[in-house]
Design a protein around this ligand. Sequence first.
Ligand SMILES: C[S@@+](CC[C@H](N)C(=O)[O-])C[C@H]1O[C@@H](n2cnc3c(N)ncnc32)[C@H](O)[C@@H]1O
Length: 273
Amino acid sequence: MAATVNRNAVSIFMQVFRLFHKNSDNLMKYVCYCNLHCTSTFEQDGQKGMKGRKLSSQLWLKRHMDDPYVKRARLKNYRCRSAFKLIEIDDRYRILRPGGYVIDCGAAPGSWMQVAVERTRDVSTGGPQPTHSIARVIGVDIIGFPPVDEAKAFANSDFTLPETQKTILQYLQGRKVDAVLSDMAPNATGHKAMDHENIIDLCKSALRFSRAVLRPDGTFLCKIWKGGLEKDFMQEIQQFFKSVKFVKPLASRMDSAEGYLLSRGYKGLPDKT
Ligand SMILES: C[S@@+](CC[C@H](N)C(=O)[O-])C[C@H]1O[C@@H](n2cnc3c(N)ncnc32)[C@H](O)[C@@H]1O
């Protein structure tokens, strides 16, 4: 009996371990959506919410409920704890400014967009930006997500497809933007090296796009999972930006390979001669 319990405990621990370490993007999506949908139901149900769930789900929910960033996100009405990653980076490096234009790649469920809307709102006009103009914050995601007030969302759109990028450029009508953010995370395969390559590919796509759309001196911020290729990628970025550095906000879990490359001072496109 005791041996069976122990075997079950080990097997559950391994499942949780795998979930946290190999599927961090799935986990993040789940965290995000739990913040939106599941947690309140769970809180309302109290202990009933725990009963009938697998131990692995119970552990996950407990960690989620105890997470101070999840609590703060709920208090501040952010859709996802990720909001605090951008808040921390922006508090420290000032990448969002009132009146600025921002493109958010991998935007669902929309907490970075919420932060970007708050921080780019033109304080001189006193209120929300006019709805007839181009939205200051444009978000794109391969999955669907609810609209964000004062922002433009391109949902169910794969950012890496040329037609998606063309649609965003058409929407901008030639306007250059101040910052391109990418919190895009591919579906984890469970194979660390492959997941690392996949996220670097997404970053490269965002970098190419940012070169077409950023104003000179603009900012490019992208999420990576460390794994080796980021060094070459940082060198690639350095051709186009005055500086690039690896940043890991406190809100990014210490046990994850996640971090962000912050590239500032876009050098602009070379003059056509
Ligand atoms: C960590 S979540 C982003 C969370 C978001 N920053 C927030 O705060 O609400 C990563 C997102 O990247 C999106 N993604 C992954 N591949 C993508 C692609 N090719 N095009 C657009 N979005 C993509 C996923 O659908 C997912 O919603």
